[in-house]
Ligand binder design. Structure first.
Ligand code: BDR
Ligand code: CA
Length: 310
C-alpha cells in the first residue's frame, strides 16, 4: 500500500510514523508535516529525526502549513506532547532536518495517482491547500483517510469538537466537499485504541527495532496526560496509529456511510455532524465513518508490527 502521510508529530503521530515504517505492507512515500500538536518547524524536525533514527532518510519530509486558513491564532500542546513534540525526547541540537520542496508533494501523488492513499492525521490545512492548488490532480486520488471528529460522543479539545477538525474546520470542510472518497476515524473509535504502559514495556523487552527506547518513553509521557483526562486507562489512546491500522484492516471494523459536515462558526466550531438517525437521508458523498472495531485485533497488530514480526 503506497501511503503519503500528513502529520503533526506529536506523540501519537510519531507512533503512526513508526507503525508505517515497520509495517511490511506499507510503502511510505513521504511525510508532509503541519502545525498542530506543535509548530510546523518542530513537527518537521521530529518527522525527520524519526526517519533518521531508522536510517530511512530516503523518505522525503515536506514542510506544510503553519496556521489555519482563517489565519486564526494557533494553540500548541506542549503539556500533552512535550516541549518539542516527542515527549521527553529532544532531538540533538545539531540535528539538521532535510526538507524537500513543497512541489514534491504533487510529484509523489502524480507518480502513483491511481493507487496512492493519503492519510492525514493532523490539522487538514495543507491537504486543503493541495485541493486548492491542484484540483485536477487531487480529484484522481482514490481514497483519503482522516483522523478527526467525534460523532455523538464528547470532543477532546472542546466539549463537542475533536482537535484536528477543530484546528481548521474550513480546511476540513473543503476536503469533505472535494475529496472523492473519505474514511474518517473519529474519537468514537480512536479513544478506545489504547496502548498501555505495560504493552509499551512489553515491546521494549522484545524488540530490537531502532524505536525500542522511544516507544515506552513517549507512551509514559502521553499516559501521564491521559491519567488526568481519562483516569484509569493506564496508557494512552493512539489516535493516529488507529487510522493506519484501519487502512490496513478495514474489513475488521464497523464502518457506516453518511454525509459528514463540520461546524465552522464560534460556539460550535469543529463539531462533526452526520445523520445518525435509524432512518437517515441517503448520503450524497462517499464519506465513511468508523464506528467500532475489535480492540484485541488492534492491539495484537500494534504489537506485531512494532516487534517487526510478520
Ligand atoms: C488528534 O489530535 C492530536 O492531538 C493527535 O495527534 C491526533 O491526531 C486527536 O484528537
Ligand atoms: Ca496528529
Amino acid at each position: 500500500m503506497k501511503v503519503l502521510l500528513f502529520a503533526d508529530p506529536g506523540i501519537d503521530d510519531s507512533l503512526a510514523i513508526i507503525y508505517a515504517l515497520l509495517h511490511p505492507e506499507i510503502e511510505l512515500k513521504g511525510i508532509v508535516t503541519g502545525y498542530g500538536n506543535v509548530s510546523v518547524f518542530d513537527a518537521t524536525r521530529n518527522a525527520s529525526y524519526l526517519l533518521a533514527l531508522a536510517g530511512r532518510t530516503d523518505i522525503p519530509v515536506i514542510r506544510g502549513t503553519s496556521q489555519p486558513l482563517s489565519g486564526m491564532h494557533t494553540i500548541f500542546y506542549p503539556e500533552i506532547h512535550g516541549p518539542e513534540g516527542l515527549g521527553p525526547i529532544i532531538p540533538p541540537e545539531d540535528f539538521k532536518a532535510d526538507i524537500y520542496p513543497f512541489e514534491l508533494m504533487f510529484e509523489i501523488i502524480e507518480k502513483d495517482k491511481e493507487d496512492i492513499i493519503i492519510v492525514d492525521v493532523g490539522r487538514q490545512t495543507t491537504l486543503a491547500f493541495a485541493y486548492n492548488l491542484r484540483p485536477e490532480l487531487m480529484e484522481k486520488v482514490k481514497e483519503i483517510y482522516l483522523m478527526g471528529g467525534a460523532f455523538m460522543v464528547p470532543g477532546n479539545v472542546t466539549d463537542i469538537a475533536e482537535a484536528n477538525f477543530w484546528g481548521d474546520p474550513i480546511a476540513t470542510s473543503v476536503i469533505l466537499n472535494k475529496a472523492k472518497k473519505i474514511y474518517i476515524t473519529p474519537l468514537n473509535v480512536t479513544n478506545r485504541a489504547i496502548v498501555t504502559r505495560d504493552i509499551a514495556k512489553f515491546i521494549f523487552n522484545h524488540t530490537s527495532s531502532p524505536y525500542k527506547y522511544l516507544i515506552p518513553a513517549v507512551t509514559d509521557y502521553y499516559a501521564a496526560f491521559y491519567d488526568q483526562v481519562m483516569p484509569g486507562i493506564d496508557g494512552s489512546p493512539v489516535h493516529d496509529v488507529f487510522t493506519l491500522y484501519y487502512l490496513m484492516n478495514k474489513e475488521k471494523a464497523y464502518t457506516i456511510k453518511r454525509d459528514v459536515r463540520i461546524a465552522i462558526v464560534d460556539g460550535s466550531r469543529g463539531q462533526s455532524i452526520a445523520d445518525l438517525r435509524m432512518i437517515y437521508k441517503e448520503p450524497e458523498h462517499e464519506h465513511y465513518i468508523v464506528m467500532d472495531f475489535d480492540y484485541n485485533d488492534f492491539i495484537a497488530d500494534f504489537i506485531r508490527v512494532n516487534l517487526g514480526a510478520d
